[in-house]
Design a protein around this ligand. Structure first.
Ligand code: F6R
Length: 611
């Protein structure tokens, strides 16, 4: 999704801006641009559709000490050069913007009446004209931005420069993350710290309503009431180590294979001999767990699928658990029972719908807020009472893989901590806790084993590459695993994939089944296996082609219409984590055969910071 970087320094900053944009590419975008105040004091604007390398090619002759740059993920107006940011007004002011301005139509109308010409279809262009309008009426750059944001409804992270004042960048935030990177006699703005890895370690996070006046040597921040405020200086732990392909063809493949390490690190320090330890979850974890009698989980996409798996664990352990998509949760009324813990799950920690749901939940009487997150320097982590980090390492492929399995591991540990309270067990737990802890310890080697299915999955993927549609089936906690498998396939191979709880097949989707419709199923050896087998027979009876990941002892074997890949026996609690792996590999290899842009699939973004 859109990314911002800006720089003011005593050196040429064009390469800093281009490098920062490349580092923001993982978020997903369709066009890019930059505006630099050049050595003649002129505003030099370059924009292009497509990848940042295309922009880089047209920027080799630009030099300057002050500039802003942007990767755009289209919301208002198609991907086109004139819609790419920065937007300018009268060649005086340039703006980059993340977010959506809801009252852009009325502003556009009044600006047209004032004679401002429009060159884009974006909501952003009204911001730059409004700033220009205030400057034409005598305001300096800071005041002009302050006056403008007072007139905006909606979400924004803004970077603004003007050729009339080449000593500052003005940054403003409301609902769209923005931070200030602090260098030596140079400062930066960015939508996330990964853009600034080589240039700044220290940074400050703007809060909603803040406006920052950033020069090369000073940063002055004003809050919503325009009072000067200090924001904490933080030190970033991000490094470049995680951003190389290490010989893999794609980040997604690297990240699938990194799951053994990611899970090992997520478990690190959190397991005792026979129990899950609570202290490593945070100073206030015990108190927050003590107060939790029910769970409400909010998330989007893959993180939502992780929540749906976890609901089976929580409820099996006697803890009521409700799961909801963030974008739906935000727009309805809620009845909150006493002692309900509000849990958000997010890889990026920046998903706008999840963040807005958390802000809304704070006023609704939940006992506490807990976030399961992979990004330590993220908005959700900062805004929650307690954050449990999944130590997956940076995930760059847009399709989430290692973040999902580490979320599951973390949720299972959380479920165990709450189970003790629900069942009145000691901190050392009981036989079931011991069993799960043993299984969690051996999870990395079990994942390795599942990754060993890759060659067979490559062969299987050939049956999918020319298909238009696919069905995924699962039962119980493996129904959300089927949903996650379908999500992976559709987002990176662009094959339409739908998942059903296998028992639902006969209530409608069976009508779709014929020899042209591959049906993928996950069949662990659990109490629902018999039921699932009957559902698979329903598919076979209609001439359907089955592709089944089945426990080796399931009694399901390959024949003319059924391709079976056998999975080693696995404990019921961790089976959903193991059965995720072959589905990730299947989608990857189908997409590879189709030649899609696996790490940056069309229309998608890694960090979804708009509604
Ligand atoms: C799919 C995927 C998305 C994200 C969703 C939420 O592979 O990655 O569905 O899971 O956009 O993102 P986070 O977890 O960052 O809140």
């Amino acid at each position: 999704m859109c990314g911002i970087i800006g720089a003011i320094a005593n050196r040429d900053i064009t390469s800093v801006l281009i490098d920062g944009l490349k580092r923001l590419e993982y978020r997903g975008y369709d066009s890019a641009g930059l505006a630099v105040i050049d050595s003649d004091g002129e505003l030099d604007l370059r924009r292009s559709v497509g990848r940042v390398v295309a922009l880089e090619k047209i920027c080799s002759d630009i030099h300057g000490h002050l500039g802003i740059a942007h990767t755009r993920w289209a919301t208002h107006g198609r991907p086109a050069e004139n819609n790419a940011h920065p937007h300018t007004s009268s060649h005086q002011v340039a703006v980059v913007h993340n977010g959506i301005i809801e009252n852009h139509e009325s502003l556009r109308q009044s600006q047209k009446e004032m004679g401002f010409p429009f060159s884009s279809e974006t909501d952003t262009e009204v911001i730059v004209h409004q700033i220009d309008h205030h400057m034409q009426n005598g305001a300096d750059l800071l005041c002009a931005v302050q006056n403008t944001v007072d007139e905006l409804n909606g979400a924004y992270g803004l970077g603004v420069v003007s050729k009339q004042d080449t000593s500052r960048i003005i940054a403003a935030r409301n609902g769209s993350p923005l931070l200030i990177g602090l260098g030596e006699d140079e400062n930066f703005i960015a939508s996330d710290m990964s853009a600034l890895i080589p240039v700044a370690k220290q940074y400050m996070v703007l809060e909603d309503g803040d406006i920052a006046d950033v020069t090369g040597t000073t940063v002055d921040i004003y809050d919503r009431d325009r009072k000067p405020v200090q924001r904490k200086v933080l030190v970033s732990s991000l490094s470049d180590d995680e951003t190389s392909l290490d010989g893999y063809a794609h980040f997604m493949k690297k990240e699938i294979h990194e799951q053994t390490r990611a899970i090992t690190e997520t478990l690190e320090g959190r397991l005792g001999a026979n129990s899950v330890l609570e202290i490593p979850f945070g100073e206030n974890a015990k108190e927050i767990f003590d107060a939790a009698r029910e769970i409400k989980i909010i998330a989007c996409g893959t993180s939502y699928n992780a929540a749906c798996v976890a609901r089976y664990w929580f409820e099996e352990f006697g803890i009521r658990c409700d799961v909801e998509i963030a974008s739906e949760y935000r727009y309805r009324k809620h009845v909150v029972n006493d002692g309900t813990l509000f849990v958000t799950i997010s890889q990026s920690g920046e998903t706008l719908d999840t963040m807005a749901a958390l802000e809304m939940a704070k006023g609704l009487g939940y006992s506490n807020t807990l976030c399961i997150c992979n990004a330590p320097e993220s908005s959700l982590a900062r805004a929650s009472d307690l954050t449990i980090f999944t130590h997956a390492g940076r995930e760059i492929g847009v399709a989430s893989t290692k973040a999902f399995t580490t979320q599951l591991v973390t949720l299972l540990m959380l479920a165990i901590c709450l189970r003790r309270r629900a069942l009145n067990l000691s901190a050392e737990g009981d036989k079931i806790e011991h069993e799960i802890v043993l299984e969690l310890r051996s999870l990395p080697s079990q994942i390795e084993h599942a990754l060993g299915l890759e060659d067979d999955i490559i062969a299987m993927s050939k049956h999918f590459a020319d298909r238009q549609h696919t069905l995924f089936l699962g039962r119980g906690a493996h129904y959300p695993i089927a949903v996650e498998g379908a999500l992976k396939l559709k987002e990176i191979s662009y094959i339409h994939a739908e998942a059903y709880a296998a028992g639902e097949l006969k209530h409608g989707p069976l009508a779709l089944v014929d020899a042209d419709m591959p049906v993928v199923a996950v069949a662990p050896n659990n109490e629902l296996l018999g039921k699932l087998k009957s559902n698979l027979e329903e598919v076979r009876a209609r001439g359907g082609r089955l592709f089944v990941f089945a426990d080796i002892d399931s009694g399901i074997h390959s024949d003319d219409d059924t391709h079976v890949l056998h999975v080693a026996p696995v404990n019921n609690y961790i089976a959903p984590i193991i059965y995720t792996i072959p589905l990730q590999l299947l989608s990857y290899h189908v997409a590879l055969l189709k030649g899609t842009d696996i790490d940056k699939p069309r229309n998608l973004a890694k960090s979804v910071t708009v509604e």
